[in-house]
Design a protein around this ligand. Sequence first.
Ligand SMILES: NC(=O)C1=CN([C@@H]2O[C@H](COP(=O)(O)OP(=O)(O)OC[C@H]3O[C@@H](n4cnc5c(N)ncnc54)[C@H](O)[C@@H]3O)[C@@H](O)[C@H]2O)[C@@H](O)CC1
Ligand SMILES: [K+]
Length: 500
Amino acid sequence: MKILNVDQIRALDQATIQHEPIAPLNLMERAAQGFVEWFAARYPNTSPIKIFCGLGNNGGDGMAIARLLLERHYTLDIYVVRYAPRESDDFMHNHRRLKLITEQVSYIELSTDIPAIRHNEIVIDAILGSGLSRPAEGIIRSTIEAINRAPATVISVDIASGLFADKPNRPDDVIIEPDHTVTFQLPKLAFVLPRNGRYVGEWHLVNIQLNKRYIDLAPTPYYYTTPHEARLLLHKRDRFSHKGTYGHALLLVGSYGKIGAAVLASRACLRSGVGLLTVQVPRCGYSVLQTAVPEAMCRPDGHQYVLTGQSEVESPAPAEYSTVGIGPGIGKAPETLAMLRELLPTLKKPIVLDADALNLLAEHRELLDILPHNSILTPHPKEFERLTQPWADDYEKLNSLQAFAKRYRVVVILKGAFTAVATPDGEVHFNSTGNPGLSTGGTGDVLTGVLTALLAQGYDSVEAAVLGVFAHGLAGDRAADQRGPIGMVASDVIDALRWD
Ligand SMILES: NC(=O)C1=CN([C@@H]2O[C@H](COP(=O)(O)OP(=O)(O)OC[C@H]3O[C@@H](n4cnc5c(N)ncnc54)[C@H](O)[C@@H]3O)[C@@H](O)[C@H]2O)[C@@H](O)CC1
Ligand SMILES: [K+]
């Protein structure tokens, strides 16, 4: 699903109005109906509601929503924040229609007009929408502050008032902090950026049949992976396939005290459909791995405690495997760095790099230039910062992510809520699965195993990254359902992996 910028959203409204065709007012009515259906399904009881409307089309939506809620017999107090002398045409029209059925519309011009909000109330925020052109000031600011102080449930129409949809706010901007945002058809970039979490809450999409052709043709680097799209990426299995069909992966993982990471990555790799798996661990990990993961072949490293790449047993060179996954638990010993230096130039196919493999790359940047193209890197934000530089805000981070993926021709998976997958072509796919329960030791090792398995099976790197991140997050969601987000551990995520 595409994520469009504000100019594109405006043009999309116009395309819908022209080509459907539909009168602007009817499009607003459709949006309001969509909101009200969502609302009525979630809040079927008539809790007291306060709705705050601005004077533009977001406020117009609010006026129409107020009318539709009154028709459904909700108890409603309606406020218009009169911050300017001008109103949009569609606001005016809906204001008039509302006044035909109720006299109970109050106007907020001074702070003393702002009502007290009680804890059992629901606040609907329709003050400012995607038309925001500058930070909220004056009476808008005071109203937003009052709503944020109130102990009520807050629901924003389209976007929290005061939040820019596709560019950074200043740190001292005053923005509604909603529990829910109900937006129209497509998500906004602001919704998937971590620092905006409190200005978005849970967000929900309401389909208002905007022009499909415009959406299909609109150029954007930003996408949001829906379950349907992720499922389309899944390769079907042929009845006559055999284990050779699904590749032979090599994992270079573990060091003394971190053989658990090797076990987790190996199990996840096997649970993600790899045909054959060989795991190279330092000698100290040999018995652990053979016992904990009997399905994997083990090639013990020549070194007792860390990886050096030298193998005690006769075995093929890493380049002969379908792919290589490297990083979980490996540490940063000089021998391991030397291994990376020797190994990288020999590899021609995309590989997966995680954890200390990334930290070694950050400390020895010349290695970045010899990464096989289309390799997948899986940093969390701190690791990514080490690979690049600190950023002032999420938009700067996003630019830096896109630039990095393009420059080194790699796929970068920046982990977090709405994990971002940046491609060598400059696209970014935000993931839709996962929960805070995944912030626990070992889940990154699991992801490396998953991705290595997908590359070994012949998925191209972008598909492997998008699908792998989705499936990993979904398994995390299932594990959280079963164990709760606090009690779940990385092994639960492996157990919950499903590929159908
Ligand atoms: N995107 C869509 O498909 C649809 C959009 N609709 C609604 O239309 C909204 C956008 O409407 P508008 O473009 O009228 O914009 P808004 O309603 O967000 O803002 C109204 C106007 O206020 C002014 N303004 C901006 N920032 C301000 C500030 N900080 N202080 C004071 N004034 C400020 C601007 O002149 C702006 O045009 C959307 O958020 C959505 O709610 C729906 O009605 C229908 C469909
Ligand atoms: K709003």
